[in-house]
Write a protein that binds this ligand. Sequence first.
Ligand code: ATP
Ligand code: MG
Length: 404
Amino acid sequence: MEKVNLPILKKKAKKIAEQLGVELYLVGGVVRDWLLKGGEEEFKDVDLVVSSSRKHFAILLAEELNIPLEDMEFWDEYFVVKIGKLIDVASFRREYYPEPSVLPKVSEAETIVDDLKRRDFTINAMAYRLWPEPEELIDPFGGREDLKKRLIRFLKRDSFVEDPTRIYRAVRYKERFEFEFEEETFNRILLDKNYISRLTPARIRSEFERIADEDKLINCLEFIYEYNLVPNEVVHFLKKPNRDLIENFLRSRKEFNNEAFLITILSMILDSRLDQDDIELLAKRFAFTKKEMRVLEEIEVLKELALIDNLKEAYKLYIILSPMGKKISRLFTDMVEVIEERVEQVKLSGNDIINIAAKKGVRLLGKEVGVLKKRLIAEVVSSENGLSEMKQRELVEKWVSCKN
Ligand code: ATP
Ligand code: MG
């Protein structure tokens, strides 16, 4: 099951809610996206909340959806049951933060409104009651209005202190929907961004993994760069995100899914100077794996690759890199393909060059023939649309005449 069909899910879930006599709500992203896109039917994930009996409810729903028990996960501590990868069933919850920026303690709440209070932004703090009927939007914080105004607004002032991952969430929604930050929310992000440093590496990593999944990845990263939204110890490594690298990545994203996180971080630090200690610091703060760290250690090579802005330079690097068979060089396959095609177009052999020169009365040394051939390849590779054989001959004629 790749996506959830909302009308079908609604029908099945309502029947079970009626049978168990529980309140049933859709919450979070699905409500937001449904209002935003107007009646979409397929969703990548759906969150349901019930007033009680969540496990019983979830097991019955899984049965209805033909999802086997092995594909269910019971997260009792968080009052959540996962049905497959796409559907979550939770009970009303409240959260308590024993300290700023640590994971909250979760306990059961009495009402849906209490549950909505713990959420991040007004647009995510709406519920849609499915049962008991009539169906109704529950919107205690004005989420619908903010959707219309295209605003990201927090629910409370200490929202980002409690949970600085919400800063990254805010950036994702802002860029994804092309919304603005409500003024006070934005001010709070700037005031409280230091709390990002308190997040564990695993939590930071997981936020960047989610950012890496966004279509507007580049915009998210540019925003993060502009406002230094990373832990303090690594702020000085941040450089303007390297668009070439990200664009190359986006082009072949499917192939690079496992590397998405790595490439995302790379694109932000690529232009800074890194020694081994720096690499270790970054690896620690972003929870890099050993394998990812090895790629990071090749950063000098990567830098050169990503900074390529003309094919002539790229060709040189291609010659250097291809025998190494570095996995990362696959990022540049598109470019390499163009280069290879162009190199095929070089029709003149060493002998041809010697003959052209001889006609002009010039005798070339073996070394000089080699230099001219390389020069010709570079010229063809870096030309706008390639060069015809005649043009190639003309060029060589010109070069050898200059020698006279
Ligand atoms: P997306 O389309 O990115 O999945 P979503 O709104 O579904 O967006 P999820 O991360 O799936 O986001 O979370 C579901 C809901 O849980 C959110 O809409 C929000 O109400 C709540 N939520 C998730 N993370 C947080 C958080 N860190 N703080 C407060 N509420 C959160
Ligand atoms: Mg979601």
